[in-house]
Design a protein around this ligand. Structure first.
Ligand code: FNR
Length: 188
């Protein structure tokens, strides 16, 4: 059987290194993971005023998560936190109250930055948010990727074997995490 993974790229940049990282992860992932991007760029700013009548973008987001057996966040660090556009998407998915889309959903967190700490602070912040949203996070291994343009081609080929091994292991561990969570908490 295969696992459907919905992935979020926390950047709207047309040259996003995190999008490149997401392509590398999909290349290196085990064959039984199938990936669908969950788009976030067209969501309005969340307001509780929408709770009684979600717009199509908000409904599509919640449906995309419902259609996923696991979610993967590939995100930049903005000012030592996650980009607002990603937080906005999470806020949309967590509501209306009582209909939190992340409840018990297996989740992974990863990110890339040119800087040495590789989105570590943003990831810690994201983990706090996902804890409150009751997602079932993979907590180990962690992956703080210092992005080197000579290591990743634009379409996600990884030329450095050590980096490729690390990312391959990360995705195998993610797959095993998803399987473990779904064994206890089957989604469908
Ligand atoms: C950054 N960047 C950044 N990098 C980092 O390691 N820690 C940080 O706190 C920040 N803060 C930050 C704020 C804002 C507003 C921008 C635009 C950028 C640099 C960031 O890592 C770099 O631009 C990456 O290329 C962003 O990822 P994407 O968009 O290329 O995927």
């Amino acid at each position: 059987s295969t696992y459907q993974v919905g992935y979020f790229v926390g950047s709207l940049s047309s040259t996003s290194i995190n999008r490149t990282l997401s392509k590398a992860l999909m290349r290196l992932a085990p064959d039984d993971l199938e990936f669908t991007e969950i788009p976030i760029k067209d969501l309005p700013h969340y307001s509780p005023d929408f709770d009684s009548d979600y717009p199509p973008e908000g409904l599509a987001l919640k449906q995309a998560i419902a259609d996923s057996q696991a979610v993967l966040f590939v995100t930049p660090e903005y000012n030592r936190s996650i980009p607002g556009v990603l937080k906005n998407a999470i806020d949309w998915a967590s509501r209306p109250w009582g209909q939190n889309s992340f409840d018990h959903v297996p989740a992974g967190v990863i990110g890339a930055s040119p800087g040495g700490i590789g989105t570590a602070v943003a990831q810690q912040g994201l983990r706090g948010v996902l804890s409150f949203c009751n997602a079932r996070q993979m907590t180990s291994p962690e992956a703080y990727i210092q992005f080197k343009p000579d290591v990743f081609s634009d379409d996600g080929e990884v030329s450095d074997p050590e980096t490729a091994d690390f990312l391959r292991t990360y995705m195998q561990e993610f797959r095993d995490h998803v399987e473990r969570v779904l064994t206890v908490l089957p989604r469908r």
